[in-house]
Design a binder for this molecule. Structure first.
Ligand code: PMP
Length: 404
């Protein structure tokens, strides 16, 4: 499949899976055939319990019957029409009810759309041009927010509007506001820091109150990029989990359970700016993903479902740490259990994590060596038990074959 793909697709794997391409056993990318619930099957007929969940897009299960039936029913009435649909109004109503203080919603397709639109709204609201972002944070593939310059063809000018600061560096933030406050339209941050190939970092106690106060006093908007963590920490927004109040919230990934949809939500005082900006895409009004989102939210809000996801994710993380300790490896799990980053103490070049992940994939649990994993409400007790058995063997092998 890779040989065929390489002939017609640059590198054979398009998109974020190629930076860096995650290689499975035999060191080639796994091509998927089908998925159901928390499992997928590859083109060679191997089965996996999936802990990447479509990079977070899946939360209530691949091919979820209720979610997909809602999308199909809407599709039967026409999906991408030229006119807005009632479905968009229903979903905007639902999200503004679910997420306190949010008064309006504007839809897009990808997380990158939502984040870029939020920046535009912040500029329109403040009449300023710049945005503060955290070093190492990923906010999408659009040129302005790719200040780490991943990939070729990106001149530094494209990200010249971004002022970088380190996570939890409140003094650095204060200095930025003192030096550039008049040009800062917004501060854009994920609710906790989940960089690539590094442990996740939770906010210090003073971080969100401090950032919020600097935004308020500096008259800049506080934008939370909840694209990745959204619906995995708190159904009413990850900012609630950490106890702060943003002006604009960007959601995507798990919102419509694998159907393409993103949204910018905002407080009432940003409505006027949202009315003035031009942000659009031909497919942004497609209604089937919105119907999917409504059904997905219904499922997630069913009593017990969210708590069960938290509990099982915690069991998985605790079990991994115990199995690591049994073979002399200190597994460090950073970030909340439903979106954990797994690293191994002393494994600076990720050789151990790579050996561990490749062994896990070979045994049937699909995990990533350098990216955070995703847990879902579709994983059950049997999945966790099977994965912990896989981990026991994979950790033994990794500890035995890799020298530090
Ligand atoms: N923000 C964050 C925090 C993300 O994790 C991602 C995607 N990984 C994005 C924005 C961009 O979303 P998308 O890939 O849907 O454009």
């Amino acid at each position: 499949m890779l040989d065929r793909a390489r002939r017609v697709i640059p590198t054979g794997v398009w998109g974020h899976n190629r930076f860096p391409a995650f290689l499975g056993p035999g060191r080639y990318p796994v091509f998927a055939r089908r998925a159901q619930g928390a499992h997928f099957e590859d083109v060679d007929g191997r089965h996996y319990i999936d802990y990447m969940c479509g990079y977070g897009a899946m939360i209530t299960g691949f091919a979820n019957p209720a979610v997909d039936a809602a999308a199909t029913a809407r599709m039967a009435m026409g999906d991408c029409l030229n006119q807005p649909t009632e479905t968009s109004v229903l979903l905007a109503e639902r999200l503004t009810e679910l997420i306190p203080d949010m008064a309006w919603a504007g839809f897009g397709k990808n997380g990158s759309d939502a984040v870029s639109t939020a920046f535009l709204i912040a500029r329109a609201h403040t009449g300023r041009t710049k945005i503060v972002c955290v070093n190492g944070a990923y906010h999408g593939s659009h040129s302005w927010c790719n200040w780490c310059n991943i990939g070729a063809g990106r001149p530094a000018e494209d990200s010249s509007m971004v002022l970088p600061v380190d996570w939890n560096d409140l003094a650095g933030m204060r200095e930025l506001f003192e030096a550039e406050g008049d040009s800062i339209a917004a501060v854009l941050m994920t609710p906790f820091h989940h960089p690539f190939a590094a442990p996740a970092e939770l906010p210090d106690e003073a971080w969100w109150p401090g950032v919020s106060a600097l935004c308020r006093d500096g008259e800049a908007l506080l934008l939370v990029d909840d694209v990745r963590a959204g619906f995995r920490l708190d159904l009413a927004g990850s900012h609630r989990y950490f106890g702060f109040s943003p002006d604009l919230i960007c959601l995507s990934k798990a919102l419509a359970n694998t159907h393409p949809l993103s949204v910018v939500l905002g407080v009432d005082r940003c409505r006027e700016a949202a009315e003035k900006v031009f942000a659009a895409g031909t497919f942004w009004s497609a209604s089937a993903p919105m119907a999917a989102a409504l059904a997905n939210l219904d499922l997630l809000c069913e009593p017990g479902r969210f708590d069960r996801m938290q509990r099982l994710a915690g069991q998985l993380c605790d079990g991994l740490v115990a199995h690591g300790a049994a073979v002399g490896l200190t597994l460090e799990i950073t970030g909340p259990p439903t979106i954990p980053t797994v690293t191994i103490a002393g494994d600076h070049d990720f050789a151990l994590m790579t050996a561990f992940a490749e062994n896990m994939v070979a045994r049937g649990s699909f995990v990533h060596p350098t990216h955070n994993w995703f847990f879902s409400a579709a994983h059950d007790e049997d999945d966790v038990a099977a994965t912990l058995t896989h981990a026991q063997g994979a950790l033994e092998t990794a500890a035995g074959t890799t020298t530090r």
